[in-house]
Design a protein around this ligand. Structure first.
Ligand SMILES: [Fe+2]
Length: 266
């Protein structure tokens, strides 16, 4: 199963720049590349901060970008999003009985869980009892299938000073609940931190983030106010199959220097 992940697209009404980067230009370039190279994908996930201020005009741009995508799309909300404006733009997008943008999808390689950690006016992630009830039911329903989780806020400490106080405010409950799933967790895929990160949690669960398609940080673990930078539009290719999960970073507009040889030897 091929899943394409975009994250932190931070769209604004056309012509606006966010931290030195034009988010619409970035996303349109990434989307064109995805369409050209990965029209065979089974799913596109966008792990939050779809729009920078949640403007209706920005969600309209997103609708326009996604219109030609030939595969299903699941989106998560980030702290920069606006749930009512998202729902107004994407009325048919799956959500749970409480109106959170949460859902699951059963595949040949386990259940995919899409969780909503957005809370209006809060930069960090919120996942209260009502959202946890959805997670409980979705995990119980998964039975003997492993799960793969998609969420905006990393539900574990990422060890980056800038995010120390704006991580998931759940006292570790999501990780504890996931770790109790008997069939296991293949991976937790998130955004929010804008830089690529891969690791394993204290519970032994593998996780990784996609690099933001818009502005990103010059990686600095200790500076609470790190520097923003731009970069190539980017996304990830995630392969989920009987072997497990592998995520590959892909950038648009890289300069070709030479073609590598075909390596056939031992
Ligand atoms: Fe973001």
């Amino acid at each position: 199963m091929k899943i394409i992940q975009l994250t932190d697209t931070h769209l604004m009404p056309s012509g606006n720049v966010v931290n030195g980067v034009d988010p619409e230009k970035q996303l349109r370039a990434a989307a064109a590349d995805i369409l050209a190279k990965h029209a065979d994908a089974d799913l596109l996930v966008i792990t939050g901060d779809l729009c920078n201020y949640g403007d209706p005009e920005a969600y309209e741009i997103l609708r326009d970008v996604l219109a030609p995508m030939p595969f299903p799309v699941r989106m998560m909300l980030g702290n920069h999003d606006d749930r009512p404006n998202f729902i107004a733009a994407f009325a048919d997008h799956p959500r749970d009985e409480n109106g959170y943008i949460q859902s699951f999808l059963d595949t040949a390689f386990g259940r995919l869980l899409f969780l909503d950690s957005h809370e209006s006016g809060v930069i960090g992630g919120i996942f209260g009892e009502d959202r946890m009830a959805f997670l409980d039911t979705a995990l119980e329903g998964a039975g003997d299938q492993p799960v793969t989780v998609f969420i905006h806020h990393p539900p574990m400490d990422c060890g980056i000073a800038h995010f120390e106080r704006i991580g998931m405010h759940d006292d570790g409950k999501i990780m504890k609940r996931l770790a109790a799933h008997p069939a296991g967790v293949r991976h937790i895929v998130f955004g929010h931190i804008h830089v690529p990160l891969a690791g394993t949690s204290a519970e032994g669960i593998a996780f990784s983030s996609g690099q933001a398609c818009s502005h990103r940080f010059i990686t600095d673990l200790d500076d609470p106010a790190p520097l923003w930078t731009g970069g190539n539009p980017c996304y990830r290719i995630i392969n989920l199959d009987a072997q497990g999960l592998r995520a590959y970073g892909a950038e648009v507009g890289e300069i070709v220097t030479a073609r590598a040889p075909v390596c056939e030897g031992p």
